[in-house]
Design a protein around this ligand. Structure first.
Ligand code: GLU
Length: 424
């Protein structure tokens, strides 16, 4: 446990190790390497919010902007007690790589507030969100830094941020600023397909992997860790393939049923009760049993550092599809490789969310509204292209897919820096 929590506290170290491995292998320009090894801006804000009983509580919010050479800073906002500067730094950096791999004109950022949102009422959450947005002020903006949902934030959170941001702009500016945030409710300027986008991207990458391997998804078994937006959508979208969900874990506990768990029935249960615990159509299991469940696919869709030196040996699967950001640390990577388990790395696998965020941003800028088919087709094309780029690059360098994905991103960033040069 101590080792685990120590690792959790230094997730940025994982990014650094991954980055160094790819930069060494591809021979990244040593000057550009210096730039990309650092974040650009790190904003830490302590701010007050009024509770329902009239008390004031202080909160710590973060926004880290890693790089914007490819376009405005972009990335989600997370509400979780484990949010800290090290984690946000790592998540911001992963966003830069993600946007670069998937070929959208965005840089990387991430933010969040260090607290447990489940302990607050809806009106308190609204005040905390609005006050944080106000405190961020011009550190975010539609052409500068564009937040989105992440762990424990959703379309409602984005609507509050939008309203607060617009309310602090001059009236004649407001209409052209709705793309300050993505993942909004449809009526407030959101895009069709954004809600499911990350899970959809995960499933598109699994489809490509299955095609490559000649693997039949019909009847394939899979397990999921985290049954929030990403995990539940991925499971819902695997259902038409005839794949079978056999074990699930979230913060409340873990459950299993070798005969299969219906993803939609479980989603309805989780919406009602707040977690998978107590779901009667499956039996309760513990964390270790979940990880060692024999299945074809494992979809981690929760937090970082789940597949590490202690846990990676337990896995009995063919492929890890990383719905979460940073679920596997470098030790875990090494063990999975030795075991011959494939990895669809996070910065490719879960990029569907930011891709449809880009589509939402474009629709807002152009005052357009695309139908779901258009969004899905465009997302599919982006994911498949990126998947092929990563596969070919991994092959070219005879390396693992994570390193291949990094090289795709770093090549693009290196090219742009070389073309633009460094001011002055
Ligand atoms: N939070 C999501 C991610 O980690 C989405 C980010 C976005 O849409 O900007 O990729």
């Amino acid at each position: 446990m101590t080792k685990e929590s120590k690792k959790k506290a230094s997730v940025y170290e994982n990014v650094t190790k991954q980055f160094n491995k790819a930069a060494d292998l591809m021979g990244l320009d040593s000057e550009i390497r210096k730039i990309l090894a650092k974040t650009t801006n790190e904003i830490i804000i302590n701010f007050p919010a009024k509770m329902n009983d009239g008390r004031i509580e202080m909160f710590t919010g973060y926004r880290v902007q890693h790089n914007n050479v490819l376009g405005p800073y972009k990335g989600g906002l997370r509400y979780h007690p484990a949010v800290n500067i090290d984690e946000v730094r790592a998540l911001a950096t992963w966003m830069t790589w993600k946007s670069a791999i998937i070929n959208i004109p965005f840089g990387g950022a991430k933010g969040g507030i260090q607290f447990d949102p489940h302990k607050y009422s809806l009106t308190e959450l609204e005040r905390i969100t609005r006050r944080f947005t106000f405190a961020l002020g011009s550190n975010i903006g539609p052409e500068y830094d564009i937040p989105a949902p992440d762990v424990n934030t959703n379309a409602q959170t984005m609507a509050w941020i939008l309203d607060t941001y617009l309310s602090t702009q001059p009236p004649h500016e407001r209409q052209r600023c709705t793309h300050v945030i993505t993942g909004k409710p449809i009526e407030a300027g959101g895009s069709l397909g954004r809600d499911k986008a990350t899970g959809q991207g995960v499933v598109f990458t699994i489809e490509e992997w299955a095609k490559d391997k000649g693997f039949n998804l019909n009847g394939a078994t899979y397990t999921v860790q985290g049954y929030g937006n990403v995990g539940s959508w991925a499971a819902h979208l695997l259902k038409p393939h005839g794949s079978k969900l056999i074990a699930v874990e979230d913060v409340t506990g873990a459950i299993a049923n070798a005969m299969g768990i219906d993803p939609d029935d479980l989603t309805a249960y989780v919406k009602k009760t707040g977690g998978v615990k107590g779901y009667t159509k499956a039996k309760p299991i513990d964390h270790k049993t979940l990880l060692s469940t024999k299945a074809d696919i494992f979809i981690p869709a929760a937090l970082e550092n789940q597949i590490i030196a202690e846990t990676a040996p337990l896995l009995n699967i063919k492929v890890v599809a990383e719905g979460a950001n940073g679920p596997t640390d470098p030790d875990g990577d090494e063990i999975l490789q030795k075991k011959g388990i494939d990895i669809i790395p996070d910065i490719l696998c879960n990029a569907g969310g930011v891709v449809v965020s880009y589509f939402e941003w474009l629709q807002n800028k152009r005052s357009e509204f695309w139908d779901l088919e258009e969004v899905d087709n465009k997302l599919h094309k982006k994911i498949v292209n990126a998947y092929e780029r990563v596969r070919e690059t991994a092959k070219e360098f005879n390396t693992d897919w994570r390193t291949g994905a990094y090289i795709v991103a770093l090549r693009r960033l290196e090219t742009v820096y070389k073309e633009r040069g460094i001011f002055p």
